[in-house]
Design a protein around this ligand. Structure first.
Ligand SMILES: Cc1cc2nc3c(=O)[nH]c(=O)nc-3n(C[C@H](O)[C@H](O)[C@H](O)COP(=O)(O)O)c2cc1C
Length: 216
């Protein structure tokens, strides 16, 4: 039995992106992270888990900013270093945020989001029903033009490892802040590339849902 067969889910019908809701901005300037916040690392590790039921609750800008900074933000401004490692420091993974008001790309150097598509594409980020209920679906995208100097046989492997490091940063941030999350490999790459308005050299690798857990 495969991993996917073991997961309980209600598959979503394939729908076009929904109409965006809320105020749309070309750029979303993110607040800096509170570096003293959250539960200690060992507590976060003890709490990390995958969640597949989300409350229909919005996400604050502070949380969004901290989450993206934790994911792959600049943690050493003097060198431009990131919170996640990447082979040769190529940083070939872009983070796309599917929000109710639009699809945005995170730019770590400026710690802001840039609008890519004025549509609510959360329902396009996976087949499971919770993806359009949670306030945020992240998509990790390989920018192929960034790794042309890497031998072809290493490109996908290194990119997958880099995306894995980023999604674990997000998972630990969520665990430290009492948020729910799940990493998702079950995505429709072709539809998602269109919904995110990707270029030919850009490939979605993984998605990750984030939100508040449903109250028990
Ligand atoms: C690469 C990868 C892909 C995954 N894809 C999915 C997915 O598409 N849908 C899903 O619900 N969970 C997905 N998961 C989550 C796993 O099912 C989950 O981590 C596993 O069942 C163990 O549960 P735990 O995370 O709560 O420890 C994925 C995890 C990884 C690492």
């Amino acid at each position: 039995m495969t991993e996917i067969q073991r997961i309980e889910y209600d598959p979503l019908p394939l729908l076009p992106p929904a109409h965006a809701s809320g105020e749309v901005q070309e750029f979303i300037i993110l607040p800096p992270p509170d570096l003293d916040g959250g539960a200690p690392l060992m507590t976060a590790l003890a709490r990390r888990e995958s969640t597949r039921a989300y409350a229909d609750a919005p996400m604050s800008l502070q949380t969004l900013g901290e989450l993206l900074w934790a994911a792959n933000g600049i943690n050493r401004p003097e060198t431009g270093g990131h919170t996640a490692p990447s082979a040769h420091g190529y940083h070939e993974i872009d983070i796309y945020a599917a929000l109710p008001q639009g699809v945005y790309r995170y730019e770590p150097a400026l710690h802001h989001l840039v609008l890519k598509h004025h549509a609510d594409a959360r329902n396009m980020t996976g087949y499971q029903d919770f993806v359009s209920k949670a306030p945020l679906d992240l998509v990790y995208v390989l920018r192929g033009s960034q790794v042309l100097a890497t031998p072809p046989q290493q490109r996908e492997r290194f990119a997958a490892v880099a995306a894995g490091a980023i999604c674990q940063n997000v998972s630990l941030y969520c665990a430290s802040e009492g948020l729910a999350t799940v990493v998702r490999g079950w995505i429709n790459t072709r539809l998602l590339a269109d919904a995110l308005r990707l270029n030919e050299d850009e490939t979605p690798l993984l998605a990750q849902t984030v939100g508040k857990p449903v109250a028990h």
